[in-house]
Write a protein that binds this ligand. Structure first.
Ligand code: RUG
Length: 795
């Protein structure tokens, strides 16, 4: 911004502040100041946003259908992408306004559970930055992911009404409202558009989130008749549809309301696309060119009911033949799978689909008939066709629907895609090998480095002599030339220390726990799930505690283990793992024999904005899922980009991280997928427990009174799952005990290596320098090139 622009910004800001509040500047609150800042920024975005919309109207565009967009906060990110972050901070400073306090005013838009939703948000940022036409379509949940707190170490969930005080980053577009018809109700879908600003390139894409509303606020007659509840019943029923994000990560919520949410947002979105196409392409009455302008990427199975919905709209509302419509669908839809866990591959009971949209069910049956017919033509028998069917017994298999109709099926990391081809969808791969492709996930460097780690960002720009790396992350590779430069390595160490100090203060303020900023910060933040194995981490801490108790002078570099993450409210064992980590933290942190060397913190309510403080401060990134279970992971990339070596298994994108940054700069441990497959049938966790004293002592602590689960039986449940299964299974489904020894050895190596400051910094540098591949800019360009066939012009 030049001087003139700066003055104009300040003028507009003060004008907005006073106009909106009707107060004098000095009387305005922090919230007023935040609101006025949003307004002023939105005014600046507006013009480029309209220009981008107009320009892309007649261009091929990708539509990213996702039930989740885990956006986080928008203020800082928008300022970064507009290129005015430092200036605006300075301007506010001149006005006596504390920018950080204003930033803290913004609630996270937590419209997602974890990696899948955050990936969608990163893709939005990257598509805009790479000037790729991409529209996001999703749900405007009134309540985002629950707020987590701990009582006695137990997770407590509370609502997250993130828009109760308004939402400065969305524009309500009433004129684009659509009607969504369910079997038993009709609701209005009102779009709220959020601008997605590309990094300093003038491109602004749109994220359109739909909110369900009634046609009438209340029924006057009933109200007049004193039937107050009945008068607003329909309104509540409509609003219920987008009231809350289902807090399930991976587990399938078998709820009618959940399918209603899915159908609600895809129906509104499909109607939107068709209506706009008809408005701008008036002479294509049979939609012959529809596929040339549209590609719809289905983010997991959640939006897959869009397939019958497109066919319904084309057939019932626009007079196309079924075959014609199916043909269009086959050219338009592409499907991304994010998991191999069976419980997360959605299958809907047909009666529920019937209850939501009987017409879509009818169309699904028809597609299924076409599938059977065409497979018979290929020579398959009825039984051979069975695993491909879309309707199997009384369930609709949403993945089969998308694989059959979609023209592309992708996994999200190299190993994951191989598992899809070899195992999960091997039958499909045999028939349609060309549909399958890999798109390794990525993260946006703007939020996860430029914004979250200002000191490191300035350091990189200074070392490279320019900041092109911010939109071409491969340029980080040039940092390798400093790998033997002592002063650079020392600088890097100091930057990490600054970030660790910042996190330590934040933790003291928010968690009330004092940690040693000079200790190793060993961090595992992600959703809590057995396959992610937070309990392996905790068991190892119990082991360390036992060792230090026996020998307080043991040669051990002080370490702080930090956890963060939420468990699905109905997932008893995951909640038990949280309770366990909190209980171990209580015991360890209060024990003067060990607490100078060992500390454990489970931060409350881990979310995007907490992550922005955590990733830059990590020394060690814990990525310890059972090999073959984590599709990709993206937290692993955020840690890497911020210079933390990975302590990880050969799983998901860890493998690619090791390949790019070098195994010698990371810590790999644990059994491979092949090894686990080999021992699967003979695995005997109890045998390991009986022969390894360290493991036995750690596992016994779950039930021998050392740790207190307040009679919840949560620790006994974990103990049973590990070595004493009650369900006739072999126990330890996720091979925690199998990998324990190797994990422990890797930790010992880290604890030694960390003491060599230069050598450690070198590893950090090598991770940063090789993080280019994990930019979501690369991922989105791969989608655009290989799947969408959309140009990424230099805007
Ligand atoms: O568990 C996966 C992660 O491994 C992956 O990185 C992320 C983004 O691709 O998606 C996560 N995921 C998968 N979240 N939900 C599902 C299944 O619905």
């Amino acid at each position: 911004m030049d001087k003139l622009e700066k003055n104009k910004f300040t003028e507009d800001y003060i004008e907005n502040l006073q106009r909106v509040t009707l107060k004098n500047f000095d009387d305005t609150s922090e919230k007023d100041k935040y609101d006025a800042l949003c307004d002023t920024i939105m005014e600046r975005i507006n013009q480029e946003w309209r220009a981008s919309k107009n320009k892309s109207r007649y261009e091929r565009t990708a539509y990213y259908f996702s039930a989740e967009f885990l956006i986080g906060r928008s203020l800082g990110n928008n300022l970064i992408n507009l290129g005015i972050y430092d200036e605006v901070k300075e301007l506010l400073d001149e006005l006596g306004i504390d920018f950080e306090a204003i930033e803290d005013y913004e609630d996270d838009a937590a419209l997602g559970n974890g990696g899948l939703g955050r990936l969608a948000a990163c893709f939005m940022d990257s598509a805009a930055t790479q000037a790729i036409n991409m529209y996001g379509y999703g749900v405007r949940y009134r309540e985002g992911l629950f707020k987590q707190s701990f009582e006695n170490g137990f997770q407590i969930e509370k609502g997250d009404s993130w828009i109760k005080d308004g939402d400065g980053w969305s524009i309500r577009v009433d004129s684009d409202s659509r009607i969504v018809n369910f079997k038993d109700q009709q609701v209005k879908a009102v779009p709220f558009d959020m601008p997605v600003v590309g990094y300093q390139n003038g491109k602004v894409n749109t994220l359109r989130l739909w909110q369900a509303e009634p046609f009438e606020e209340f029924e006057f007659d009933k109200f007049n008749n004193f039937e107050y509840d009945a008068a607003v019943r329909e309104k509540n029923r409509a609003e219920d549809i987008t009231r809350v994000l289902y807090p399930n990560d991976m587990q399938r919520a078998g709820k009618v309301l959940r399918l209603k949410q899915q159908y609600f947002f895809v129906s509104a979105s499909i109607q939107d696309l068709v209506a706009k196409y008809k408005r701008y392409f008036t002479d294509d009455l049979r939609f012959k060119n529809f596929h040339k302008y549209h590609v719809i990427q289905l983010n997991d199975t959640h939006p897959n009911i869009a397939i019958p919905e497109l066919i319904r709209v084309l057939v019932d509302e626009n007079g196309l033949e079924f075959e014609e419509a199916l043909d269009i669908a086959k050219k338009v839809f592409a499907f991304t799978n994010h998991t191999v866990l069976q419980e997360a591959l959605e299958k809907w009971p047909i009666d529920i689909v019937e209850e939501v949209s009987p017409r879509c069910l009818e169309i699904i049956y028809k597609i299924n008939d076409m599938l059977v017919k065409s497979f018979k033509e290929k020579g398959l028998t009825e039984t051979e066709i069975d695993p491909y069917r879309i309707v199997i017994y009384d369930q609709v298999h949403m993945a089969n629907l998308a694989i059959y109709v979609g023209f592309s099926v992708n996994g999200v990391a190299a190993l994951h895609t191989e598992i899809l081809k070899d195992d999960t969808f091997s039958h499909w791969y045999k028939i349609f090998p060309n549909k399958f492709n890999n798109k390794t996930n990525g993260i946006t460097p703007r939020r996860w480095l430029v914004y979250a780690n200002r000191p490191l960002s300035s350091f990189i720009t200074e070392k490279l002599g320019n900041d092109n790396w911010k939109y071409n992350l491969d340029e980080l590779k040039a940092l390798e030339k400093f790998v033997d430069d002592e002063s650079t390595l020392n600088e890097l160490w100091n930057i990490k220390q600054v970030n660790k100090n910042r996190l330590a203060s934040y933790i003291l303020e928010h968690e009330g726990i004092k940690i040693n900023p000079e200790s190793i910060f060993d961090i595992q933040v992600k959703r809590i799930h057995e396959y992610k194995r937070q309990h392996l981490n905790v068991l190892h801490i119990i082991y360390l505690y036992h060792q230090l108790k026996k020998n307080p002078d043991m040669d051990f570099y002080p370490t702080t283990f930090i956890f963060g993450g939420k468990a699905a409210p109905g997932y008893f064992r995951a909640k038990g793992i949280i309770k366990l980590a909190n209980e171990v933290a209580r015991v360890v942190n209060n024990d003067p024999d060990v607490n100078k060397k060992l500390k454990v913190v489970f931060v409350e309510n881990f979310r995007v904005s907490y992550g922005e403080k955590i990733y830059p401060a990590a020394d060690v990134s814990e990525q310890i899922s059972t090999a073959g279970k984590e599709a990709s992971g993206t937290g692993n990339m955020k840690f890497m980009l911020n210079g933390a070596p990975t302590l990880g298994t050969l799983d998901g994108a860890n493998i690619e991280i090791f390949d790019h940054a070098g195994e010698e700069n990371n810590y790999r441990f644990g059994a491979t997928v092949e090894q686990l497959n080999e021992i699967e049938s003979s695995y005997n966790p109890r045998g390991i427990y009986q022969t390894n004293k360290d493991i036995k002592d750690a596992v016994d602590a779950l039930v021998n009174g050392e740790l207190n689960d307040n009679n919840s039986y949560m620790f006994l449940d974990i103990y049973n799952e590990l070595i004493n299964p009650q369900d006739g299974s072999r126990g330890d489904r996720y091979f925690v005990l199998k990998d324990f020894q190797d994990y422990k050895n890797a930790h010992e190596k880290i604890n030694k290596d960390y003491r060599d400051k230069l050598e450690w910094s070198r590893k950090c540098l090598m991770n940063i320098a090789n993080a280019g591949y994990f930019s979501s800019d690369r991922t989105i360009i791969d989608y655009a090139d290989d799947i969408w066939k959309i140009d990424s012009p230099n805007y």
